[in-house]
Design a protein around this ligand. Structure first.
Ligand code: 13P
Ligand code: SF4
Length: 319
């Protein structure tokens, strides 16, 4: 067999030997998604990755994604060993929200409920009252608004803007963004829609307002995937990381998927709209971590204890 087949076989063996299960995000290399599916692991959005990891009986979780996903798994199940193919896999939202500065901002607004996106460090989650992912953000903000709470939101300003417009909640927004979704362009999208008038537009809410406003469906990666499989349309324009095309084409092979245009590069670029940190997860880095057992996620227990409260609220709400 090929080098790829050999790597995949070796990794499958090691997962079994190490009592480990592979949990991968939709944006990771298709080979990792295939492996997760074949070995009894799971491929999903960030909320369902957390759920699956917390409920699975394996003593080791191998999280293929970015760091906050590994940290979330560790916080929810501290007794498990959580490994990641590459510990450098960060996220621009996490990087743009340093815990000290964020905490000082919270101190200046003691009358507000602090709600943070899951794409943050454990320390930022520890400072928050609630954590949300994109798949449950609208429901939680609506719930808090109904209770009359005013909200301090961080770090994604585009998702915050979307939530505020949808719910009418009183929200102050931190100034953070995702470097991948920020690249989607409203004017170029309008042009592409003109060329494909039948196409449905699917947008992840980390995208700028000019893009979100043109969407037929706005939602988490799993919601966008579901739209491709269930909507009565043949063509889709997709404004999220290109990693998700693997699952979209697997579950709806007869549909036509177009990449939403990104800054100055047009709709045909094959390497745009792909998260550089998600891309650190590959067969080689996965094999290495299973062989060596290094790259273990550690979260300070005092921080984890607090983060478990805000994360736990989300997990309970999601039940
Ligand atoms: P989802 O929760 O929708 O999977 O999003 C995570 C993410 O990082 C999107 O860029
Ligand atoms: Fe973070 Fe954006 Fe990468 Fe998602 S795609 S992990 S939000 S940088």
């Amino acid at each position: 067999g090929s080098e790829r087949d050999r790597l995949m076989e070796r990794i499958s063996d090691l997962l079994r030997e190490r009592d480990a299960v592979l949990v991968a995000h939709y944006y990771t290399d298709p080979d990792l998604q295939i492996l997760a599916d074949r070995t009894g692991g799971y491929v999903s959005d960030s909320l369902d990755m957390a759920r699956f990891g917390a409920e699975h009986e394996a003593s080791t979780l191998v999280v293929a994604g970015v760091r906050f996903m590994g940290e979330t798994a560790k916080i929810l199940t501290p007794e498990k060993r959580v490994l990641m193919p590459d510990l450098e896999a960060t996220c621009s939202l996490d990087e743009g929200c340093p815990p000290d500065a964020f905490s000082a901002w919270c101190d200046r607004h003691p009358d507000r409920t602090v709600v943070v996106y899951a794409n943050t460090s454990a320390a930022v989650k520890a400072r928050a009252d609630w954590v949300v992912t994109s798949s449950i953000a609208l429901d939680i903000i609506n719930h808090l608004k109904a209770r009359g709470e005013k909200i301090l939101w961080g770090p994604d300003k585009h998702l915050g803007d979307y939530l505020q417009r949808e719910t009418g909640a009183d929200m102050l927004l931190w100034d953070g963004s995702c470097i991948v979704h920020e690249e989607f362009k409203g004017l170029e999208l309008e042009k592409l829609r003109g060329e494909h008038p039948e196409a449905k537009v699917l947008v992840h809410p980390e995208s700028p307002r000019a893009v979100v406003e043109q969407a037929d469906v706005v939602g988490s990666t799993s919601k966008l995937l579901e739209a491709v499989t269930t909507m009565d349309a043949r063509e889709f324009i997709v404004a999220t990381d290109a990693g998700i095309f693997h699952k979209m084409l697997e579950s709806a092979p007869d549909k036509v998927l177009l990449k939403a245009p990104t800054a100055g590069r047009g709709a045909t670029c094959s390497s745009c709209a792909h998260c550089p940190w998600m891309a650190l997860n590959g067969l080689h880095s996965l094999l290495r971590v299973l062989e060596r057992g290094d790259n273990e996620i550690q979260v300070d227990e005092a921080v984890a204890e607090k983060a478990r409260v805000s994360l736990g609220r989300m997990m309970d709400f999601a039940r």
